[in-house]
Ligand binder design. Structure first.
Ligand code: MF3
Ligand code: CO
Length: 259
């Protein structure tokens, strides 16, 4: 039987450290991504920071049913029409590219997972800015809705309302998830849901909330690498993710970017 993990106080302290590490690495990588940066360098930098911190990659040996063989890399780098599970490859970032970085690591036995989308260089296409902002607002709405006694459907509904309210189609094949001793756990957190339905959240539960959208389609295609998921129409995409802990009085974001 698959179980929903509830963390005790000591595990929650470790989860905070895992979350801070993921946030720190992502913030550093985001700063380093400029015009001319190669995605393979981003992967090398991620690897070095994970090892340096004494943490383990949740990705390198990961071989789920939705990918071909082990992922083999340390971070997901998804550019423009690529939205999820972007496998780092020999590609140089250009002015105006929309990059999504998604990182999960395990430190002292607890995993944390976060993703950020941003534009490279000085060109800021309005539609891309809107896509990114929408996933951020959806994530904030999901976090604001989460708390003890709240139903999973309430969180999904809060996320989905922002995404569809902005006019984007929503794909429900991939969404958020429980996280703890491993990266992907029960429950699944779809980015659309019905209020008042589903599992009742409890203090000590860790969730990764991850709204993502594609401009004009809800259909994904898998790239030739067997991993990278792209929009079926070639349109641009965005993704925002935080790991949160349900506490006695609300939700605590564990992967907030350092100031
Ligand atoms: N961290 C991703 C998520 O947000 C999963 C990436 S799986 C990988 O759930 F194998 F592609 F890395
Ligand atoms: Co995730």
């Amino acid at each position: 039987m698959r179980m929903i993990e509830i963390l005790d106080a000591g595990e929650l302290r470790r989860a905070r450290r895992s979350g801070a590490l993921v946030a720190d690495i992502l913030a550093t990588l985001r700063d380093r991504c400029t015009v001319g940066t190669n995605l393979l360098d981003v992967d090398r930098w991620a690897k070095a920071m994970i090892i340096d911190a004494g943490a383990q990659s949740c990705y390198v040996d990961y071989a789920p049913s939705f990918g071909r063989g082990p992922f083999g890399h340390y971070i997901c780098t998804s550019v423009n029409d690529a939205v999820l599970h972007g496998r780092p490859h020999d590609q140089v970032l250009a002015d105006g590219d929309l990059v999504s970085l998604d990182l999960a690591v395990s430190l002292d036995g607890i995993a944390a997972d976060s993703a950020v989308s941003f534009l490279v260089g000085d060109t800021r296409p309005a539609e891309s800015v809107a896509l990114i902002e929408t996933t951020r607002r959806a994530l904030a709405a999901g976090i604001a809705a989460a708390g003890p006694g709240v139903r999973l459907g309430d969180v999904s509904h809060a996320i989905g309302t922002v995404l569809s309210g902005a006019g984007y189609p929503v794909n429900t094949e991939f969404g958020g998830h429980g996280i703890g001793s491993t990266m992907h756990q029960e429950p699944h957190v779809p980015n659309l849901g019905r209020p008042g339905r589903g599992y009742r959240l409890r203090p000590g539960l860790l969730l990764a909330l991850e709204p993502w959208v594609m401009t004009d389609t809800d259909e994904l295609v898998t790239a030739e690498d067997g991993w990278t998921l792209r929009s079926a129409t070639g349109c641009r995409t965005a993704h925002s993710e935080h790991t949160i802990a349900i506490t006695e009085d609300g939700a605590e974001v564990l992967t907030l970017a350092p100031r």
